[in-house]
Design a protein around this ligand. Sequence first.
Ligand code: ATP
Length: 225
Amino acid sequence: MHEERGGVLGLFGGTFDPLHVAHLRLAIEAREALGLAEVCFIPAGRPALRDAPQCAAVHRLAMVERALADLPGFSVDAAEVLDPAGRPSYTVETLERQRLLHGAQRPLVLLLGADAFARFEAWHRWRELFGLAHIAVATRAGHELKVGAGNTALDREFAARQGDAADLAGASAGRIVCFAITALEISATAIRRRLALGLGVRYLVADAVLDYIDSHQLYRTSHGH
Ligand code: ATP
């Protein structure tokens, strides 16, 4: 056990363009289901495998900070979103950096949606991720895990590494754990689209995020900010 080193730390990366309530529920439910001491949100600077975010890094960061402001047990790591070089964000480099910050012993758990995990083999140096952190995959109705039954390299890793929440504290990295979350069919893409059309997004995002979007007039046109 490594409890004396601060407990199991969840790491939740994303573009958060903008942060919405399904992101928040994933983190909250992960903390409960997996017994995490804390969940750290890590907004990406320039995501490697997708288009540039519509909204500037400072705004995406500010929305995460505001949403988490009065939520004990949740924090934000701004290092990548504010990277002056604007390098692409690779999860393996994120985890290498976190590993240096927290030491070799602390259990780290990368939190992912099932959709993200299904594309895992396309990620830069993906096999190295297992040596750096545990992986926890959030499943929900309509987005169940499709990995594990076949014979791809990822299927084989999954079969060899699958465990449950109780295994996480006993090692610093290497397990894959699935946990079910409340199904919320919300995406940042749909929120951006609604805002560009002049439609409302109350209750799809935290009130603090809504206030920030309104006061900075974010996403109101398709030109970005
Ligand atoms: P976009 O629509 O711009 O692609 P997104 O809403 O999927 O954005 P991201 O920032 O790309 O948000 O996602 C960060 C993480 O949150 C990913 O691991 C993704 O699987 C997860 N996630 C996103 N939306 C949901 C949702 N509705 N339910 C559960 N997990 C989600």
